[in-house]
Design a protein around this ligand. Structure first.
Ligand code: ARG
Ligand code: GLU
Length: 721
């Protein structure tokens, strides 16, 4: 009996020292030290050195940060790159017009000359990374304030960065890890001539739309293709038609062999942000305070916008991208709060905190260093939560009114017009810029929709945001209208020049300096400027004081956790640097009595088909191929066309477009989402519920080859069968 108990305790403590299978976003540099053995035990057949090496080419040379917030991977020696459709969306849209509606119909360049340049788009390769903790922290001690500490580190970093890129075309950056306990240097190479090669029509690339977003079973063909161009020396060059396709040091081999449940997989990409080591107070603030407020306000916006889109085609074009953005975070937040609740996330953190406190107080030295960390957290979060809530009402509510957000952009003009030292020429340049942003704004603006948004959001703001932290102009104006928001709304939209593009352009057309009075008197501007001033003078100091206090506590807290759990491997929170997540292809049980299989097929697309519902219209050509069962070499061994699959890799926003690789390091899928039940993984990972969603690479190639007929692209790739 006794030995059994000891055995159980032993196994339990053993598990406590392991991060949960699938959990973690690991540094490629440290794989051989921390993960390689486990990865191989899980089935991997390549080495850590094959994944990341600075001595010879490795898989890392085929991975890029795509734009600012997605990942892409090289799939040919001609610079051909794959990412998600939703990552290329903005650029696909920019090339689209009513005559060439690439967004709706898809786009495939037939020859390299037809590939379309995208000013402003860049891709970033990691050349190398290095632990520079000692150098970055030179001169830092425990006694100094967070501010002094930060400034020393900043100064050290500047020197290190300069040194690292001397005599090269590279850029470099130093980023904090473990909340500022460690620092790594990243040397990168940025390419700016990136051209659009192809994109499927929206009814493939966005099939299921916002309805299916964050959900499994999923059937979205979420991919698009670009190509990196370089100068003749294969180095980064500004766009020029003389540029040539870039030859990467490595491109991925694509496997058509198919996937089985249990297979080892890993995701190589640039996850954005996670907060795995925060105290219960932080989880409480996000899951129980911030999310519900933001969810409610986004729900109001979506109700209004969705209805308007349903009733009018133009409104759909104008608002679909906006609605997608609003809906994406809305649904993520619902899933996240729900996930934390079902996981007893806050209780789990609290119980850890009790152990932590006991450990800290168990010896005078740790007590002196860490004994006050949790009480201090409790205090600062207690004071900050109301502020954060009020700020959420402001940013998600007041700034959800389009006209107010637009008027917000005029602050600078007003300031400059009133500053006599600013020459007229500068004012007219500003006006030119504003004319351009106005064109972009009004192109997608519907006044009726916005009027409804104003009334709904203002009503919620006035009723629900804590009065002491309400923007004074809003409070005063609501009082002036005796709380009659409806009549306030109708006055604003009647009087404001911002609500009417014709009036607005007339004002800008003949703008003279003294016309600034008209802007200053405008009710939208008055609101916007009141919000701005209140944010600057009241919120900003509160937020930055909290952030400074929180940063220094969090730094201590994670150092303490590492000291307390000395045997445990800690992965650093995501911070948009290159990481590896690994796990297995795996089904899951989202609810009592339900089990989700690990893959979906084209049959599911046909089952979802509904010509009446925008998100579920099936592309006719795809239907033909389905009816003919014409899948070629892309069919699975079970003869069906696999579309998506899930696995236990720990991913987050920024991992969109990341390659999903098999045990041999071959490309089997493109990551594009997470299952809704597991969206709390940014705060807490649950091996039972957290799954990343990937597009099966065979479906992607099937679309390129059979549907788009772009065989020239498939021929460039390295494919194994
Ligand atoms: N949820 C995915 C992500 O966070 C996809 C978002 C784009 N798709 C959409 N239907 N809104 O980026
Ligand atoms: N769709 C997300 C992205 O754009 C990935 C989903 C997630 O958050 O895991 O990065």
């Amino acid at each position: 009996m006794k030995t059994k108990l000891i055995l159980i305790l032993l196994t339990l403590s053993l598990f406590a020292n392991q991060s949960r299978a699938g959990e973690g976003m690991w540094l490629p540099l440290l794989l051989s030290q921390l993960n390689e053995k486990e990865m191989r035990d899980m089935g991997m057949r390549i080495t850590a050195e094959d994944i990341y090496s600075i001595n010879h080419s490795s898989l890392k040379d085929a991975i890029v940060l795509f734009g600012g917030g997605c990942t892409g991977e090289l799939v040919s020696d001609q610079g051909l790159l794959l990412t998600n459709h939703h990552c290329g969306y903005g650029n696909i849209q920019k090339h689209s017009s009513l005559e060439h509606d690439y967004l709706t119909k898809g786009f495939w360049a037939q020859r390299m000359e037809e590939e379309l340049p995208n000013p402003g788009l860049s891709v970033t390769f990691l050349v190398r990374m290095e632990d520079v903790t000692t150098q970055a922290m030179k001169g830092v001690n425990d006694k100094m304030s967070q501010k002094v500490r930060d400034s020393i580190i900043r100064a050290n970093s500047k020197v290190l960065v300069k040194e690292a890129i001397k005599g090269t075309q590279y850029t470099a950056q130093i980023k904090p890890f473990y909340n500022g306990n460690q620092f790594y240097l990243f040397v990168s190479e940025i390419f700016t001539d990136v051209r659009l090669v192809g994109a499927p029509p929206s009814n493939i690339g966005k099939f299921g739309g916002d309805t299916d977003n964050w959900m499994w079973p999923r059937h979205t063909g979420d991919f698009s293709m670009f190509r990196i161009y370089a100068g003749k020396d294969n180095k980064p060059a500004e766009y020029s038609k003389d540029n040539v396709p870039y030859h990467p040091a490595k491109h991925l081999t694509i496997s058509l062999k198919g996937i089985q449940e249990g297979d080892f997989t890993f995701v190589y990409g640039f996850p954005g942000t996670t907060q795995e080591y925060v105290p219960s107070y932080a989880v409480d603030m996000t899951a129980l305070e911030r999310n519900p407020i933001a969810i409610g306000l986004r729900q109001q916006r979506l109700d209004i916008i969705d209805k308007a889109m349903e009733n009018d085609r133009l409104t759909r074009i104008q608002y679909s991208a906006k609605a997608a953005g609003i809906s994406n975070s809305w649904k993520k937040m619902i899933g996240e709060s729900r996930g934390i609740k079902l996981l007893d996330g806050i209780e789990k953190k609290q119980s850890f905190e009790q152990d932590f406190q006991k450990w800290a107080q168990s010896n005078p030295e740790t007590n002196a260093k860490y004994g006050q960390v949790l009480p201090a957290f409790e205090k600062i979060y207690g004071a900050y939560i109301p502020v954060n809530n009020a700020y959420t009402y402001l940013s998600e509510g007041l700034l959800g009114i389009e006209m107010v957000r637009f008027a917000y952009g005029f602050n600078n003009l007003v300031k400059k017009c009133n500053d006599k030292s600013i020459p007229d020429l500068e004012i007219s340049k500003l006006i030119d810029g504003l004319k351009q942003s106005a064109a972009a704004f009004y192109k997608n603006y519907n006044r009726q929709v916005d009027t409804q948004l104003f009334e709904a959001l203002m009503t919620t703001y006035s009723q629900s945001c804590e009065t002491g932290l309400q923007v004074p102009v809003v409070k005063e104006t609501a009082a002036k209208y005796k709380g009659n928001i409806k009549s306030w709304t109708s006055d604003v939209y009647k009087k404001s020049v911002f609500s009417d593009s014709t009036k607005f352009y007339a004002l800008l057309a003949g703008f003279e300096r003294r016309d600034v009075r008209k802007i200053e008197k405008d009710p939208s501007y008055i609101l916007a400027s009141g919000i701005y001033t209140f944010s600057q003078n009241t919120f900003y100091p509160l937020v930055s004081a909290f952030t400074a206090a929180n940063d220094s506590l969090q730094r201590l807290y994670i150092a303490a956790q590492m000291e307390m759990q000395a045997g445990k491997r800690f992965y650093p929170d995501a911070n948009s640097t290159l990481r590896i997540a690994y796990g297995n292809v795996k089904s899951y049980k989202p609810a009592d009595g339900v089990e989700y299989k690990w893959y979906t097929t084209l049959d599911g697309i046909m089952q979802k088909e509904n010509p009446e519902i925008y998100d579920y219209v099936v592309e006719p050509k795809l239907k033909e191929l389905y009816n003919r069962h014409d899948y070629g070499r892309y069919a699975d061994a079970d003869r069906s066309m696999h579309v998506g699959f899930i696995a236990s890799n720990h991913t987050t926003a920024g991992n969109s477009g990341s390659p999903v690789l098999n045990a041999d390091g071959q490309l089997i899928g493109i990551n594009f989402d997470r299952c809704w039940e597991g969206t709390m993984s940014d705060l807490m990972y649950d091996p039972d519920q957290c799954r990343n969603i990937s597009l099966d690479i065979r479906y992607c190639l099937f679309i390129i080859d059979k549907m788009a007929g772009a065989k020239r692209l498939v021929d460039e790739m390295t494919i194994v069968q």
